[in-house]
Write a protein that binds this ligand. Structure first.
Ligand SMILES: [Zn+2]
Length: 377
């Protein structure tokens, strides 16, 4: 993911931090510090223990405590994500990285069709880990007198453990919402997928996710909470991405380039004048042609290559002066899903198909989308 940098590795998994995370730590610390008295009252009531305030409210202590709670919360999120990752790896799924974001963590897994039987335990282990952390922190609230006899220090410890206990239990509950991309959404999809095709199960879970996102967004607007709006936004985007990704993976499963590519292909020689290529683009409505010499693919010339030249230069130039060299080509055996990934990653609309260096066809984004549309019937 962009806007992230690496802070280290745990179990060989790179841990990344997203820049929004850096914004949220001081913001959280400030919010916690500014509400420290009411929060302490709440913790005191919930756990039914006395909490001495003398050290908690001393000097800059509220900000120190706010910062500690913020880091503690994200430490809990990290353990939650690691729990997902450990179960995933045990099932043979590779974990590329874990990213800490504004609203929590995301474990980036190897791209493959989700198997509901594996996904169920993998999804559940995260929230359960948060629950366990919450219970342990809550337990620690009651044994602070055994750690220290200083009333002020005991008050600080009770505040920290009590706060982290509550936050981790909220994390547990929030993640169990039956809405994509939360863990509960994955549990729901796994359950639905036993009764219907995977892409339909995904769509239902994602639609519920979008529903929650809209509700959170509306509450965010009414209560003027930018944090809630941001969470709503992330949930909405997450839900949409997952539906599209799964839809394509499911519908294009087992389809190879050879069966959908167009051919024979209109090609141009490297010595053709650029003005002639523009005429060909008008005539054929193709926005790009493979450049071929002696049956070997030399490159591609697209409308973007031509546009880079001023119209005066175009008159004097040949295809070999403007074409893109070293183009990515696929073979007839390449799975179509992989081609779609290449197109998305490199932002290209057409990929030449070669068989032992010989050009045999071309596959375009619109070819693939047509197949998806037909498969949806
Ligand atoms: Zn999770």
């Amino acid at each position: 993911m962009d806007w992230s940098f690496r802070i280290g590795r745990i179990f060989g998994i790179p841990i990344l931090i997203h820049f929004t995370f850096l914004l949220i730590i001081p913001l959280f610390a400030w919010i916690i510090a500014s509400q420290i008295t009411t929060t302490t009252d709440l913790i005191r009531e919930m756990y039914e223990v006395p909490i001495d305030m003398s050290l908690i409210t001393a000097g800059y202590m509220p900000y120190v405590l706010g910062t500690v709670v913020s880091f503690g919360l994200f430490g809990g999120v990290l353990v939650h994500e690691l729990a997902h990752s450990v179960i995933a790896r045990r099932n043979g799924i590779r974990i590329n990285s874990i990213t800490l974001l504004i609203f929590g963590g995301v474990a980036s897994m190897e791209d493959r069709l989700p198997d509901p039987m594996v996904e169920l335990p993998m999804a559940l282990v995260g929230p359960l880990t948060s629950l366990v952390i919450g219970i342990i922190c809550s337990g620690l609230v009651y044994i602070t007198p055994a750690i220290t006899s200083d009333l002020g220090v005991a008050g600080v410890l009770r505040f920290l453990f009590g706060y982290l206990g509550i936050l981790n239990i909220i994390l547990f509950a929030f993640n169990l919402l039956p809405a994509f991309p939360m863990d509960g959404g994955r549990v729901l999809r796994a359950w639905l997928a036993k009764r219907m095709p995977l892409h339909r199960a995904t769509r239902i879970a994602a639609d519920i996710g979008k529903g929650f996102a809209i509700i959170f967004g509306l509450i965010g607007i009414v209560s003027l909470s930018p944090l809630l709006l941001l969470i709503a936004f992330f949930i909405y985007i997450g839900a949409s991405q997952e539906t599209v990704a799964v839809k394509y993976s499911v519908l294009l499963q087992d389809i190879r380039v050879g069966s959908i590519m167009s051919g024979p292909v209109i090609t141009v020689a490297p010595t053709v004048p650029v003005t002639r290529v523009i005429e060909m683009m008008y005539a054929t409505k193709h926005l790009g042609f493979p450049v071929v010499e002696h049956d070997v693919l030399m490159g591609m010339v697209t409308v973007a290559d031509v546009q880079r030249m001023s119209s005066i230069d175009r008159d004097a130039m040949q295809v070999r002066d403007v074409m893109t060299r070293g183009v990515i080509a696929v073979t007839p055996e390449t799975p179509v899903v992989d081609v779609l990934r290449i197109m998305g990653g490199k932002d290209i609309g057409r990929v030449p198909v070669v068989d032992k260096d010989r050009l045999v066809g071309i596959v375009t984004r619109s070819d693939i989308l047509k197949v998806v549309e037909l498969k949806e019937i």
